[in-house]
Ligand binder design. Structure first.
Ligand SMILES: C[S@@+](CC[C@H](N)C(=O)[O-])C[C@H]1O[C@@H](n2cnc3c(N)ncnc32)[C@H](O)[C@@H]1O
Length: 302
């Protein structure tokens, strides 16, 4: 499964994000676009723990949150509940929605499209989002603008201590760009002293960090305990992220039936600069012309 890092570490992802701050920063763009497009029904693909879907529901919209990870969907249900106008489903973004054209808007944010695994799957996901919305409907995709990141260097983005499963943990998140891809690294360190046997039987290595070199567990032991005292236990996960160019994402949307597009470089509506923008946010509207946006037509043209 793509995105298995998030499937296995739902707690970690939930803790890593300051949801209130994020919703305050990202909400206004969606509010404006939804009003402008007359949106009443929203599909949030790769919804994760569902904070955006729940926000849209609080705005009075009918919302479906979909994610490939059952664990994420279970977390979303536990956090926000299921009720009329707010439903959750396990579905990959490249899979067809049961009722094409039902939604007024489909969004895929939080760099989720970068987890598609390859560009063909990403293009299919864009096509399915466009197919999910009515003619004139809105599609919003946000990915990281990888080009703006320095190449080769492991950037530690987040470090926080938290209690997970009753145990104190240190969570570290790093990002490492390699060409037009990146590796996201998550390291979970158990801050309660562990026993050496449990540590040594761990088959995890901190892969691809520090210029692509895998760091063996023995090195990490020394890293955490230079005095060779009781080592800490840790787990690591790595996930590959795709990088997208603005033109490439626009091309995917155009081929899927979009006829109007705007690209932003960050929330709320920062201009996009290819070499410096943190984000690549594509806002696209499905063509009003049914002939142009028929998914059957499109699939033969691509
Ligand atoms: C970084 S989280 C983002 C979650 C949420 N959209 C947000 O902005 O916080 C990425 C999510 O993408 C999901 N994901 C990965 N591959 C997917 C796929 N092929 N189809 C649907 N969801 C996928 C993961 O399960 C995870 O919940």
């Amino acid at each position: 499964m793509s995105g298995k890092i998030f499937h296995q570490w739902v707690d970690v992802y939930d803790l890593l994000v300051d949801w209130q701050r994020r919703l305050e920063r990202e909400g206004p763009l969606f509010q404006r676009l939804f009003e402008q497009t007359g949106v009443r029904r929203v599909l949030d693909v790769a919804c994760g723990p569902g904070y955006h879907a729940a926000l849209f529901h609080r705005w009075g919209l009918e919302v479906e949150g979909a994610d490939v990870s059952e664990a994420m969907i279970q977390r979303a249900i536990a956090l926000h509940g299921q009720m009329p106008g707010l439903r959750w489903t396990v579905r990959a973004f490249q899979e067809p929605v049961p009722e094409p054209g039902y939604f007024d808007a489909a969004i895929c944010i939080g760099n989720s499209l970068a987890l598609a695994g390859d560009k063909t799957t990403a293009a299919e996901a864009v096509r399915q989002m466009m197919r999910a919305v009515r003619p004139g409907g809105l599609v919003v995709i946000q990915v990281l603008n990888l080009v703006a990141l320095p190449e080769g260097q492991l950037l530690w983005q987040k470090c926080l201590a938290a209690c997970i499963g009753g145990q104190p943990k240190l969570i570290l998140k790093g990002l490492h760009r390699v060409g037009n891809r990146a590796l996201v690294e998550l390291l979970l360190v158990d801050l309660s002293r562990g026993d050496r046997a449990a540590f040594e039987t761990s088959d995890q290595t901190l892969s691809q960090s520090e210029g692509g070199r895998a760091i063996p567990a023995s090195d990490l032991s020394a890293l955490f305990h230079p005095d060779h005292g009781t080592p800490l236990r840790w787990q690591a996960q790595t996930e590959q992220l795709l990088g997208f160019l603005s033109e490439e994402l626009q091309q995917m949307a155009r081929q899927a039936g979009a006829d109007q597009m705007i690209v932003y470089g960050g929330y709320p509506e920062q201009p996009y600069h290819a070499l410096t923008s943190q984000d690549l946010i594509l806002v696209a509207w499905r063509s009003q012309n049914p002939a142009e946006c028929s998914s059957e037509n499109r699939s033969t043209k691509i």
